[in-house]
Design a protein around this ligand. Sequence first.
Ligand SMILES: Cc1ncc(COP(=O)(O)O)c(C=O)c1O
Length: 539
Amino acid sequence: MQDDSRSNQTWREALQAFDINADALAEFETLLSQQAKSHLQASERPGLSNQSKVEQCFYSSELPAQAKNFAEYSQLLGPAISGSVNTARPDFVGHMTSALPAFMPPVQKLMASLNQNNVKLETSGYFTDLERQVLAILHRCFFASQKGGTDRAVDDYYRENMHQPKQAFGVFCSGGTLANIMALWVARNRLLSNYKLAEKGLFGAMSAMAGDGYTGLAVLVSERGHYSLSKAADVLGLGRENLVAIEVDDDHRMDMAALRAKATELQAKGVKVLALVGVAGATETGSIDPLREMAELAGELGCHFHVDGAWGGAAIFSSQQRDKLVGIELADSITLDAHKQLYVPMGAGMVLFREPEAVNAIKHHASYIIRSDSKDLGAYTLEGSRPAMSLLLHAGLHLIGAEGYGALIDHSVNLASEFASLIQESEDFELILEPELNILSYRYCPATEREALEQALEQGDDSLVADLNQQLSDQTVAIQIAQAAGRQGFVSRTQLHLPHYGPSAIHVFRVVLANPYTRIEHLIQILEEQRTIAAKLAQ
Ligand SMILES: Cc1ncc(COP(=O)(O)O)c(C=O)c1O
């Protein structure tokens, strides 16, 4: 009897968590948003000691048996909030995550309230249609020139095809990694459909492929390709070693002669080139491959041409930058990350397919959902249950607009070029690469070392060049670590191989400019802080 009343009591308490009218809930919301606000508006980043305090708060592995109240829980969360990275800071310029438009949190709240599951119409209602529309809008931005001459013809094409059950202009997913995997999944299944690869698997298809003279499969990408492609090669059974990295030119763009030579060499060995992957906005350098030439070569090789535009694809919205993407319209598939330069909260990527029927290569059905005649998008996604992230992009497209997105891109590209000039004029930093978009790399290089390096290069003294570069790399890494541990600006670091500096890669600072609040003054301040750190380290 007592047990029954205890369990009734627990049941009533658990039920309270679902009561949207509870006064306590409004208080909880206020508590959380106040905590977030004071963290986001703090003038300093949390320091290291604060971070370790956060860690201590997450050591307990005890299951919380009884419910806490909202006030207790918000207190529990406090350290995590104050220890989180304020990616919205204008001097947080080291990664691809930055400020969000202020309207995104309310739209995301709406998304959570409606809790749609876009795997199927039965749980997504109109949101499947909305997602199909968003995909069509983006598809049109890239592929309109391939879909009939006049505006009217293009309009008609999209109107007729957008909601067709047996196809999709693309698929939404959680990010660029998933998008790259799905693009290569489609490429693999389409190109090897004769061998019934999707049904039999690579082992099953192998003997038939060998009978046709194939000894292996390969995907070719430049050295600047994102590591998600290696995950894709692994997951799809192609093998990481068969993701072949091709040299880049001095601007870190695909070296076309090297690509052609490698493709010819592989073909001569019986290796089928499954796909060429062009990068539009490389993660470390922002560089854009010669997409048109790559598309032409893919045509000659009879393989899939995928463009990884997770970062740079958004340049399509800028009339000043768009031409840099020329050739992207010839791609078979394009990866885009809405949670990068489309300013959607984390968890939104897409892959677009030039031919909407292409998705049938990865189509799956189940008898309880996504039946064969339905327009459920779950038939074409790697993920099953999936949030309606397309709503957030829908909001961005309507509340920022294409011109707004273009202006945001232009601002950051112009800022990158202004910062590059500033570095070039400075005596103690070396610009490593002129930014093609809004990612830039440089390193610490004071005048005396610079002169010594120039002399060593002139004299062809390779060992001295290597020693000096090592010294500059050590200094650059030490500065980056010290600055990251501090409370103001943040840049990231990476390693780049520059042929004129010999075989070893050098360490460089990496700056990613996408936050619309970042001004040149913030970047000047970052350089000043780095100078101060360098002086301290030299003592
Ligand atoms: C060029 C490129 N492709 C793919 C990805 C992977 O995207 P995500 O982290 O959204 O999975 C990234 C991430 O930085 C990227 O820069």
